[in-house]
Design a protein around this ligand. Structure first.
Ligand SMILES: C[S@@+](CC[C@H](N)C(=O)[O-])C[C@H]1O[C@@H](n2cnc3c(N)ncnc32)[C@H](O)[C@@H]1O
Length: 211
């Protein structure tokens, strides 16, 4: 669902370039230092309006979070929320994640979060899926040895495609759940999309992958 254009979004981002970075390559290999991160370094790709990384940072204040969102309207909403709370260890990039390897060093990231990624259902658009081979190759290079990908979606077809894609490319499925919110969940935060799907009674698919 596309958000209506917000006239304040671009000026807001321009005024907050110390939080929504326009030079992420500058911090390649230095994100922990930049975020004063004493725990794990998380990267959320497609953070939407920001509820997830903001909520996760409140749960795990020692960890650092880099949130990537290519849509300027969503990124501005997320940044506005994040700037109203403690945000020393969170930061945003309003760009397409296809350039991830320009911004992060080999083995630098501990957890990559893919939450309710766009399914791109047409075959011709498969390369845009965040769980397609070219993205998986980048993630493998950027994740630490013990690092992981945590993926949640409401979309069964995207989930099935992703299971196949991860398996074909040698990833280990460490956890898999086809109705994640039916049981007790500890230590995780709902995204905006997740809240909506849970309210509708739809199952949430989730998996955790290791290299
Ligand atoms: C369906 S929304 C889900 C938003 C949020 N994660 C949630 O669960 O509520 C997917 C988001 O991912 C963003 N996105 C998709 N592909 C991206 C990419 N290659 N780089 C950065 N953001 C991307 C879209 O702009 C959109 O805001």
């Amino acid at each position: 669902m596309r958000m209506r254009k917000k006239t304040w979004a671009e000026p807001f981002i321009s005024e907050n370039r110390d939080y929504v970075l326009d030079n992420p390559s500058e911090y390649k290999g230095k994100w922990r230092e930049k975020l004063n991160c004493k725990g794990l370094l998380h990267v959320e790709i497609g953070c939407g309006k920001g509820d997830y990384f903001i909520g996760m940072h409140q749960r795990y204040p020692e960890d650092g979070f880099v949130a990537i969102e290519k849509d300027t309207n969503c990124a501005a909403v997320a940044a506005k929320k994040a700037l109203q709370v403690d945000h020393e260890s969170t930061i945003m990039i309003n760009m397409d994640a296809c350039n991830l390897e320009e911004w992060f060093d080999k083995n630098e990231i501990d957890i990559i979060h893919l939450n309710f990624s766009d399914p791109w259902p047409k075959k011709g658009h498969a390369k845009r899926r965040l769980s397609s081979k070219s993205f998986l190759d980048m993630y493998r290079n950027l994740l630490s040895d013990n690092g992981e990908i945590q993926m949640k979606t409401d979309n069964r077809k995207l989930f099935e495609y992703s299971v196949a894609e991860f398996s074909k490319n040698g990833w280990i499925i460490n956890e898999i759940n086809v109705d994640y919110r039916a049981g007790d969940v500890e230590g995780d935060t709902m995204t905006e999309y997740e809240t909506r799907f849970v309210e509708l009674g739809q199952p949430i698919y989730r998996m955790v992958l290791k290299k």
